[in-house]
Design a binder for this molecule. Structure first.
Ligand SMILES: [Zn+2]
Length: 333
């Protein structure tokens, strides 16, 4: 199968767009929408949340009936037609490290209106005058396309030319195993092989500047990778120490969003390699977060995805950070 055909097949399964090669011919204006830019402060550090744009899911991919999903979303006045998940990306300048990006988005643009909102990271960085060449470090929570495909352009070249990429070693070993080994009884081998292909293409452009990180170690000052597997075998939560007693916790896809896997941590999506392990990781992580004042960045939560996990009568809940000083700026393109 050609790379594009296999990518389309994969993204159909993930309900994500394939795109890389049609963007230039799309007649859709790339400058018509506002950029996603949210400034925040935590302890003595300032950061920015931007986005690669929303993914719109036209189907229910959870392990429960449509009615259950619709009911949980409707409690929060959120639509399921479609379900909208953001791709919230952290940009932060850290002392002694440099300019850091956490995850990279899908880097995909498609004429299909359901996916028209994606592929916006570069435009959003341009809007705040951040050159991709100024990125020193990219930290990856895991190897799915909506987190790593933005590392490279349509020709497979580095987007962040001077960056070193850090990824958990279990995650990297899983997606790059040769021959590829599928430990999951849930996810078809073809799906995982396609994800593996995108991962290899995205990471190989950065060799030899790829650093594999062992669980619970800090490859950079104040940056710690914590293994919370299940969504993928080596899925990491990235803990960033910004001084003081509160940390910034980038939880990746440990859960998707409040109405689904925060309030219903037992819900599983087909692409998750180990449903039970993912559930156990989610609950353990939310328990830890609910006992702390740490600020959480939830990748697929409503923009900007900053908030806290709290206990509720039925389990856990999400409270968005009150400091909602969105600076919505016009694209400069
Ligand atoms: Zn994701």
């Amino acid at each position: 199968m050609s790379p594009c055909k296999s990518l389309y097949a994969l993204l159909a399964l993930l309900s994500l767009p394939c795109l890389p090669h049609v963007a230039a011919s799309s007649s859709r204006s790339q400058c018509s929408a506002n950029a996603y830019v949210h400034h925040f402060n935590l302890n003595n550090i300032s950061g920015i949340i931007t986005s690669d744009g929303p993914i719109r899911q036209s189907q229910n991919f959870f392990s429960v009936p449509d009615a259950a999903v619709t009911l949980s979303y409707s409690f929060l006045f959120r639509s399921t037609s479609p379900i909208v998940w953001q791709q919230n990306i952290l940009l932060i300048d850290l002392p002694n490290i440099g300019r850091v990006l956490v995850d990279t988005g899908l880097n995909a643009r498609v004429p299909n209106p359901l996916f028209a909102g994606t592929g916006l990271l570069m435009r959003n960085l341009r809007a705040i005058h951040v050159s991709p060449d100024s990125i020193d470090v990219v930290l990856l929570t895991h190897g799915h396309p909506d987190h790593v495909a933005g590392l490279v352009d349509d020709d497979g070249n580095r987007v962040f030319r001077h960056a070193t990429v850090y990824v958990g070693e279990i995650e990297h070993d899983f997606w790059t195993a040769d021959p590829f080994i599928n430990p999951s009884s849930r996810v078809p081998n073809a799906t995982l092989e396609n994800i593996s292909g995108i991962y290899r293409r995205s990471l190989s452009a950065y060799e030899p500047d790829v650093v594999l990180v062992a669980n619970a170690t800090s490859p950079l000052p104040g940056v710690t990778f914590l293994l919370y597997p299940g969504h993928t075998p080596g899925h990491s939560v990235i803990q960033i120490d910004v001084g003081g007693d509160r940390k910034l916790m980038c939880v990746g896809d440990a859960w998707f969003s409040q109405p689904d896997q925060v309030r219903n941590p037992e819900w599983v999506r087909p692409v998750e390699t180990d449903g039970l392990q993912g559930f156990q990781s989610r609950v353990a992580l939310m328990r830890n977060l609910s006992n702390s004042a740490d600020l959480v960045l939830a990748y697929h939560e409503e923009f900007p995805g900053l908030g806290h996990i709290v206990r509720s009568t039925s389990g856990f809940d999400w409270v968005a950070a009150v400091d909602r000083n969105h600076d919505v700026v016009r694209s400069q393109c």
